[in-house]
Unconditional design. Sequence first.
Length: 499
Amino acid sequence: MARDAGANQLFEIAFEQPSKGSRRSADSVYEQLRAAILDGRLVAGSKLPAERQSALFFGVSRNTVARAYTRLATEGLVQSRQGSGTYVAPKKKRSLRERAPSRQALDARLNAQWLRPELAQSLNFWHDSQPAKASKETGFLDFRPALVDSRLFPFEIFRRVSAKQLRRMELKPPVFKSPQGNRGHYPLREAIATHIGISRAVVCEPDDVLVTAGAQQAFDILARVLATPGVTTVAIEDPGYPPMRAAFLAAGAKVVPIPVDAEGLIVDALPASVQVVCVCPSHQFPLGVSMSAQRRSALLKAARKHGAVIIEDDYDGEFRYDGTPLQALRSNATVDDVFYVGTFSKCMLPALRLGFVVAPQWAMSALTLAKNCLDWHCPTLTQMTVARFIADGYLTQHVRKLRDVYRKRRDLIEEILHSDFADELSPMPSHYGMHVAALSNTSKRLKRASLRLLESNVHLHSFERYFFGEPTSEGLVFGYGAVDLKGIEQGLKALRRAL
């Protein structure tokens, strides 16, 4: 009873009550409610006042409101739920074409930068349009790169850690102060500095760390601060990670694609005007190659020669399987030249929306200001929980577990590719990360094969979607973060049929 009354008090739709004794009372209630539903003031799922409260909200009798509700139900506009009440019914979904506004009407009122097709394409690279033939009843096998297996995450431990931090906030509520200048929760920045120092040999202090809402916000902030529209030349790996280049396209930078070979980004191809170089040196996306020591040295020399800075994307660098550890580009000798971007989306969960930038001190105040313009700071409770999760050693335990799981998945993919696809695909060496790339040995159009696989509910990307310039090679990218050993075998059998 009390709960219904409280819910009904939120019914704030302006309502013209009919005059006393009017014979059109039921019509008036019906027409006004119908209009409110159709024009969107009453959205799907909204609860209407209980019939017993009709006098309070509508100024009419209970029977009058009951008749109005019955008419609305007949038209499919409301639904009655036994023991709960009357609710606005779900609306029929409109097609994308019906919802899309006129492009001509929008062009003049929007920043043209956000209408560039290459920008939308870069941010939409994960999306696959499911063909009509695909079965919607069975689950799908997802070989898309940069995805994680959330089933492996220690939710129970994280829940306990989070509960303790929430209790701390309850016992000692945070003191409100100006969020300006907030670089992130200090214990988290301290934990990040310790973690990447041990796991990736990154040289930094907590004051060098800016906490962001994932790596994508880190790229966006860096683009805002480092790129001057129409002036700054930014070199990106091609093929490369599309959302990274999207941030610089949106900032109005001159984006120049640079080819990648077995040793990483081809430094000799950098233009003389380059001011920012974006690279994934440990595990290049999507080819999976690691930048050689000689190429790393050449890149650092070229950056100094051109007065350029380097953005190092180390999105899955925790997962090393073979060989000696590769040190990050950021070191004591490069602290003024390298911006190191990391994320918790791969080693923990994408849903946390936490990442970070390790930046030179000369840029930190500008980066912090850009972050504060976007959202002041990331959610405090999440930051506190992740900080404790790292400090208590749980992240290290989880990464070790993931390494073992992902190594087995990588080895199985490589084994099957070598045994069953030797004539068509050549796996590229991959000592880090969460995906394996395989170059095509034939002239087959692999994009067609990946589209055909969608009909079997298998998501597998070809190289084509990762190029910014004209594609110079063909191949497939096998992400194994979200597919288990059984799924790998099933998916590669489907690929065999598709080819």
